[in-house]
Structures are given as structure tokens and as C-alpha cells.
Design a protein around this ligand. Structure first.
Ligand code: MN
Length: 483
């Protein structure tokens, strides 16, 4: 099971009695965290930091343990922070600085100097905060009594985000074909992606994937078809076309699985050896947490896999989408988001139907795809763009809505949403920020999750929603060219 280490700071000036109490209190807190979060992650207490050596040993353990996704630190007493410098320099995992106390209330009647020396996070956590700031280590501070609900909520968020970052740092992404010709925003610096987010993004020949696909047996296709018909309604009688997609999916699963790849991108401009653009094959794979990006968009493929990981265990849907077209009825503006085929099945509000319909782009055979209406609810739309000097993460609050009328002639899955605070501000902000037409939409994640993710990875973060005003938009627009 994944774990989070808990490291508590003190020093040896106060004597053994004090250090025993520090360790005992830390153990009580650690046990409490396991009671609260034990089903998702195991908290493990490391030896109290009392000097530089103990800190180095603790942080090496945190950094080198592959099961460890993050570390929580807290200063029970004063803990002179020069003791933390060398240890923190070895830290390579997400850091949460918990600014708390073992005691909730002050014991006014009995408080003496011993008590005050033992319980001085107000003092020790400031000293520690200074050195983390001085070392410029990206981290999260959560303040409050550790049993209070708001503290637990933020710790819970840290666990989800740290798990996603750990996943990100191990993610391998396959590009079948290159970026769609001439498209700018889907391109990016793959070296920087690996330095900053850990993504190993590499090219694989479509022909090699086709070799794997062609080796798929009829029995394997039968099994995949059984999966499709158990989950979806077959609306077409062109079963052979659907079987072709089933073969693609089995082949993709094998190709990715054999190489430890968690995400992939394809492009309709390079489908060498394939008869159809992969449709239902991609849709079904995305429903299983595999990242996908069309038109060679490796960034959205990887980001969608990471955010699906972050949302694991939460209610709601998370997946890739493309901004497509609007209903601009004044004051009731809505967006229709979709893709040529590849809309993740996680967004389905209705039982998806499998159909085979011509595709006006790409020049291949009619592809099979899943068609459905989208889920409703409050959500976010997230994208990441390469600004040349750095990656920028953009997060817009949206409300996913039921489509106001049926669209019987639209042969693709779709979702619809309302921009916040309204269409004019929300979409203009997105444009000023340089937001892509590919994004990840989620009804499971919130702006706070993405803000924490960006903060811990040192990515620029731009967000807007109901709290954004016309003045905010104008201020951002005026400064956008200087960022
Ligand atoms: Mn697209």
C-alpha cells in the first residue's frame, strides 16, 4: 500500500522526558491519521528530528521508498531549522507542512513553562516555515487542530494530489504518429514535461502497433465484444466494423501493457495499416483510466491520466474533451463539447449506443463509436499549455448541464456546459490565458485540487469562476503579455 511518512521536529535541549512525550504524541496523531485515511494510504511515523543527521536519515527514507507518495512534517517543539537544511535538500516527494498542535485548548489553570516549551508549534513551525521558504521548496501548508474537519479535508486532498503526482512521475506516454500538422497548442516540450512532471513521452511506430493488432485472435475479439455488448447497446448491424475496433482495443491494451505505458496519443493523419480511426477502442480505454490524446496531443493524454488518478475513489466523471461549438442565446450561452469520436465513456449519462457512421475527416472507413448524452453537475475544465518558458495550467469552473433538446443527427457523444461566472468572462479569460481546445473536464475534482497539483509541481496556475469579475478579466488581460 502507498504510504505517507510523518516527520516530527524537536531538539535535544529539553531532555529525554520531553522527547518521549513528543514521540508519544506523534504516535497518537499518526494512529489517528491511519484511522481516518488508512483505507487509502498508510501513515508511518519516522524518528523525531533532533539534529541534522536524524533529518537527513528521515528525508532519505521518504525520498527513496518507492511506496512513499509524500511526507507530512510538524514541529512539536522548537526545532532549530539549520538542522533541516541538508535533510530537506534530499527531499524529492510532495511536502505537507501541518501547522498544528497535540493539544486543542490551552490548559489555562495548569499551564507552566514546561508545557509551553513542549507545545510550541507557533514558534517551531515558523522557524521551519522560514527554511522551507528559503530553500524554495514547493509545499502545502495546512493550519489548524489536526482533528478538525477542515484540516482533515485538506489532508485528504493532499493524499489524492500526492498520489496523482506519484503516478505522474512514473507515467510513460506513447505517441503513435506525431502532432497534427500545423496545430500549435497541442504541441509541447517533451523534455520539460519529463523534468517537471515526470512524463516519459516517446514515439512508437503505428506499424508496430498494427503488428500487435493483427496478431489479436478471434477469441480475444469475441471476449472484447462480450464486454461491449454487456455495457453498451448495439445499434448497428455492421458487427464486423465493431469487431475491428474491438481488435484495436485488445491490440492497444497489449502494446501499452507490455511497455508499461499509461497514456497514448494518436493522429488521424497517420493511421498507417489501420482501416478506421480508433473510436470505441479509445473511448472504452479512457473509461479504464488510460490517458488518451487525439491529433498527437501527448500533453492532454498524460494530464487526463493523471487527473483520472487524482479523482480515483471520488464521485463524478473525469476525462478528455474538446471545445466544439456554442449555443449563443444571450444570457443562456452553452457550450457543446465533444470530439470526432473519442469522448470518454465516463461522461455517459445515458446507456451508450454503439453505431457505425461515416467520418468526414481522415479518409478511412466508417468507424464504430459510442454515442451518449453527458453527465450533469458542477465541474472544472483544466488544460495545460507550453508558454515557451514554462507550462501553464488553466482551470475554469463550469456547470455541466443536460442538453436542452435532443440532437438526433449528431453522431458522437457529447457533454454540454455553462461557463462561469458567465460566458463572456469565462471564455474570454480562457482565450487571454492561451487555453487549449483540448482539456480535461471533471465533476469529481475542484479548483483547489488543481491549484495544489500545480503548486507542488511548480507550474503556473490560472483559475477563474464565479468569484471572477470583469475587473479581474481586464487586469489579467492587461498583464497577460508581460507574464
Ligand atoms: Mn481535437
Amino acid at each position: 500500500m502507498e504510504k505517507i511518512y510523518f516527520v516530527v521536529g524537536s531538539q535535544d535541549l529539553y531532555g529525554d522526558e520531553c522527547l518521549k512525550q513528543v514521540a508519544a504524541d506523534a504516535q497518537i496523531m499518526n494512529d489517528f491519521f491511519n484511522e481516518k485515511f488508512g483505507s487509502r494510504v498508510r501513515f508511518e511515523l519516522l524518528p523525531t528530528v533532533v539534529n541534522s543527521e536524524t533529518c537527513i536519515a528521515d528525508m532519505r527514507k521518504v525520498s527513496c521508498d518507492d511506496d512513499c507518495i509524500g511526507v507530512v512534517t510538524w514541529m512539536h517543539t522548537f526545532s532549530p531549522a539549520k538542522m533541516w537544511i541538508k535533510g530537506l535538500q534530499e527531499l524529492r516527494k510532495p511536502l505537507l507542512h501541518l501547522h498544528t498542535q497535540a493539544n486543542e485548548k490551552l490548559p489555562y489553570d495548569s499551564i507552566d513553562m514546561d508545557f509551553m516549551n513542549l507545545n510550541q508549534a507557533a514558534h517551531g513551525d515558523r522557524e521551519y516555515g522560514f527554511i522551507v521558504a528559503r530553500l524554495k521548496i514547493a509545499h502545502q501548508v495546512v493550519a489548524g487542530y489536526y482533528r478538525h474537519e477542515h484540516v482533515l479535508t485538506e489532508m485528504s486532498r493532499f493524499i489524492d494530489v500526492a498520489r496523482a503526482i506519484n503516478f505522474s512521475r512514473h507515467l510513460k506516454v506513447a505517441s503513435f504518429g506525431n502532432n497534427m500538422r500545423e496545430v500549435a497548442v497541442t504541441d509541447g516540450d517533451r523534455v520539460e514535461s519529463q523534468i517537471r512532471l515526470g512524463w516519459e513521452c516517446n514515439y512508437f511506430a503505428v506499424g508496430d502497433l498494427v503488428k500487435t493488432i493483427n496478431a489479436v485472435t478471434e477469441a480475444e475479439v469475441d471476449a472484447k465484444m462480450a464486454e461491449y455488448t454487456s455495457k453498451y447497446t448495439m445499434k448497428t448491424d455492421r458487427v464486423d466494423v465493431v469487431r475491428e475496433q474491438a481488435k484495436y482495443e485488445v491490440g492497444l491494451e497489449k502494446f501499452l501493457g507490455e511497455r508499461g505505458l499509461g497514456a497514448f496519443a494518436d493522429t488521424f493523419q497517420d493511421l498507417w495499416g489501420l482501416n478506421q480511426l480508433p473510436g470505441i477502442a479509445c473511448q472504452n480505454l479512457m473509461g479504464k483510466g488510460i490517458g488518451f490524446g487525439p491529433e498527437g496531443d501527448y500533453k492532454i493524454s498524460a494530464l487526463s491520466a493523471v487527473l483520472m488518478k487524482m479523482a480515483e475513489g471520488r464521485q463524478g466523471a473525469t476525462g478528455f474533451i474538446e471545445d466544439y461549438t456554442y449555443d449563443l442565446t444571450e444570457g443562456k450561452e452553452l457550450e457543446l463539447a465533444s470530439h470526432m469520436l473519442e469522448v470518454p465513456v465516463s461522461f455517459a449519462a445515458t446507456k451508450p449506443e454503439i453505431d457505425v457512421i461515416p467520418l468526414g475527416i481522415g479518409g478511412k472507413s466508417d468507424p464504430a463509436r459510442l454515442i451518449f448524452d453527458g453527465v450533469e453537475g458542477d465541474g472544472i475544465q483544466v488544460t495545460m499549455v507550453d508558454m515557451g518558458t514554462h507550462f501553464r495550467v488553466i482551470c475554469a469552473d463550469i456547470e455541466l448541464v443536460k442538453q436542452p433538446q435532443p440532437m438526433p443527427k449528431l453522431p458522437v457523444a457529447r457533454i454540454m456546459y455553462r461557463h462561469k461566472p458567465n460566458f463572456n468572462i469565462g471564455t474570454a479569460f480562457w482565450c487571454y490565458a492561451g487555453g487549449a481546445h483540448h482539456s480535461v473536464v471533471s465533476t469529481a475534482l475542484t479548483r483547489k485540487d488543481i491549484a495544489l497539483f500545480a503548486k507542488l509541481l511548480g507550474l503556473e496556475f490560472i483559475a477563474f469562476g464565479d468569484d471572477t469579475t470583469e475587473a479581474d478579466l481586464e487586469k489579467f488581460a492587461a498583464e497577460a503579455y508581460r507574464r
